[in-house]
Ligand binder design. Structure first.
Ligand code: FEO
Length: 619
């Protein structure tokens, strides 16, 4: 029986899931299964985007037949010729003999390599920026060589702003009834598999992924339809940010991945002691026994953490087999920009450390610490100092922002010392503060709402005087607070935070118009609560006014978690990209505004988000 899912009014997912596959591509374990995505566009012409693996051929054919109904298939777009997406080509041609295959020249060559066609398939060969009109839709073809194979291309539906992204933005794991990434807890349940998919499938081709991302940055994308995993229609920017990070080979998080190969537990013991000492310093660690954990998981973790420790026994005068396989896998996947420390073990002639070091030094920008530890059979008490020294050396290479525990008394004793970074340690929520003055609605982003008292129920909010919303509240004495939830996209912050209500209607095109009892608009989407308040007192604090207000209405809007300032920086705000040319200037850490000047004035205020010079850093 068919099992299809609607994406838009005329786009249908007709793929299928496989939970019986033990090893994807013969090497990657997929305990959660895998999905093979295929999409059918029902325009004046019908268009199928890729097919599926032979394992799910039957379900796919049922799905396609159901979705097409009485219609015939006009086009089959082949974006990628790897057989997990192309195994049904021959059957489809047999069933719909009039269809045209739309692909690039390389894909056609491969198609003939993988298939024995009785006659030449009818094909429409496309190249970079060619387009195809299908009725209401216009498809644009963008070449993406080596985003996994050389023939890969992606397709952009210029009308509905949908990117059919081939292997890019894919993920391991069956869909389990959901189709959209926002239907599941992607961060918690799927991000590890998305990272594992990226690093192992396209991790080697960071440059090519960057090229594709650069092309994609020129187009507006509302939906991403990859060949594996979930369809993205919300928070797309956060996932694109991950891809930017992974393709740059920059670590995602400060922390130490410790991979060890231990025959009798002695090398493991040394690795464990090192991990414990690092934890004492407040450094996150993740440990893997490489003889137990599949290499694909360790490779993915190596892309995540900033520091890598390899601890290996010596075996047959070389590196222990499973560690050797991991090191070769990591170098094959182009690992770079990491700090590395090495522990070796050898009862009579330890060589594993030197050999690991030789392999890794071929990779780009790998800083191998001089503090190595060489164990003869088992770690001795006298060597604990060497483990301490290694932990110290690793800790010394973490930036201050990594939050490593520090000895504090030196500055704590200086009465007038002020470290501005301390202010970032305060935790905040993020809110849309809205007001109404006559017919004018407006709002801004604030992080300063707190409950002041319970009886009477009062809140306070400090608002920058440069904000138009400030003037409206001063005049009318009323406001609403919409409490932002974790599903909030960067566009909400752009809408309310990065433009002035004096020049723009911040609600224009937002798609909702809801008001609380006081008549003021609030934000009903990606929020979990709304509070209306009436100003009781206000206090002038120079740049800001502190409004103290009585709560007049409060409603819970959803069960989602509230956004914190930290969550915004980690998951919502796009990661800064390296400047395209050799630009000089300063970038606002809060909103990304770039000031192209040689000198940053001390009293400079960001024209977008109104933060001061202290929140800028050099480009
Ligand atoms: Fe799922 Fe490169 O194919």
């Amino acid at each position: 029986m068919h099992c299809i899912k609607k994406i838009t009014n005329d786009l249908i997912w007709v793929g299928a899931n496989d939970r019986r596959l033990a090893m994807f591509e013969g090497v990657y374990s997929v305990p959660g299964g895998v999905s093979y995505n295929s999409y059918l566009l029902l325009d004046e012409k019908t268009v199928l985007f890729d097919t599926v693996d032979k394992a799910v051929h039957h379900r796919f054919m049922e799905n396609l037949t159901e979705a097409l109904g009485a219609r015939k298939l006009d086009y089959l777009v082949i974006q990628h010729m790897e057989p997990d997406h192309s195994s049904a080509i021959q059957d489809i041609i047999t069933r719909y003999p009039d269809l045209q295959i739309v692909c690039n020249a390389k894909a056609l060559t491969m198609m003939k390599q993988f298939n024995d066609f009785d006659k030449e398939p009818k094909s429409l060969i496309v190249s970079e920026n060619d387009t195809l009109d299908t009725g209401r839709h216009k498809l644009l073809f963008i070449m993406a060589p080596m985003v996994h194979w050389p023939e890969v291309m992606v397709t952009y539906d210029t009308v509905d702003k949908i990117l059919f992204s081939a292997d890019a933005f894919g993920c391991f794991g069956a869909l389990n009834g959901a189709l959209f990434a926002d239907e599941v807890d992607f961060e918690k349940d799927y991000m590890d598999d998305a990272r594992r998919y990226y690093t192992n499938i396209v991790g080697k081709y960071g440059k090519q992924v960057e090229t594709l991302l650069e092309k994609a940055s020129d187009i507006a994308i509302d939906i991403i339809c990859p060949l594996h995993g979930f369809v993205w229609r919300r928070n797309i920017g956060s996932f694109i940010s991950k891809y930017m990070q992974w393709s740059s080979y920059e670590p995602e998080e400060p922390g130490v991945m410790i991979a060890y190969a231990s025959v009798y537990g002695n090398t493991e013991n040394a690795a464990e002691i090192l991990s414990s000492k690092l934890r004492d310093k407040g450094i996150k660690t993740q440990m893997f026994d490489v003889s137990v954990t599949p290499a694909s998981e360790v490779v993915a973790a190596a892309f995540r953490w900033s520091h890598l420790v390899f601890a290996s026994t010596t075996y047959n005068a070389g590196i222990f087999v499973t560690m050797e396989a991991l090191i070769s896998d990591l170098t094959a996947h182009n690992i770079q920009n990491r700090t590395v420390a090495i522990i070796e073990n050898g009862s009579w002639a330890a060589t594993s450390g030197k050999l690991i070091s030789e392999h890794l030094s071929k990779c780009k920008n790998i800083n191998i610490l001089e503090n190595t530890v060489s164990i003869k059979s088992g770690l001795k008490a006298a060597q604990l100092a060497e483990i301490d020294a290694m932990a110290d050396a690793l800790a010394a290479t973490f930036p201050e922002s990594a939050g490593i525990k520090k000895d504090v008394p030196a500055t704590a004793e200086i009465a007038d010392s002020i470290d501005p970074g301390t202010m970032f340690k305060l935790s905040y929520g993020l809110f849309v503060l809205t007001a109404k003055d006559g017919a004018k609605d407006n709002g801004c982003i604030v992080n300063t709402v707190i409950q002041l008292t319970s009886t009477p129920l009062r809140i306070s909010v400090a608002v920058n005087k440069a904000n138009y919303t400030h003037d409206m509240i001063s005049k009318t004495g009323e406001f609403n607070v919409s409490i932002l939830a974790e599903s909030a996209e960067f566009s909400i912050f752009q809408r309310f935070g990065f433009q002035s209500g004096k020049d723009a209607d911040k609600f224009e095109g937002c798609g909702y118009d809801v008001r609380s009892a006081n008549g003021i608009r609030y934000v009903p989407e990606s929020t979990n609560g709304m509070i209306s308040a009436k100003v009781a007192e206000s206090y002038d604090y120079g740049t800001h006014t502190l409004f103290v207000a009585d709560v007049t209405q409060a409603i819970v809007l959803s069960r989602e978690l509230s956004v914190t300032y930290q969550y915004y920086f980690d998951h919502i705000k796009p990661k800064p990209q390296p400047p395209k040319e050799d630009k000089k200037g300063f970038v606002c850490k809060i909103c990304g505004f770039v000031l192209e000047e040689e000198v940053l004035p001390g009293d400079y205020i960001c024209p977008l988000c109104k933060h001061g010079a202290q929140d800028f850093e050099p480009l």
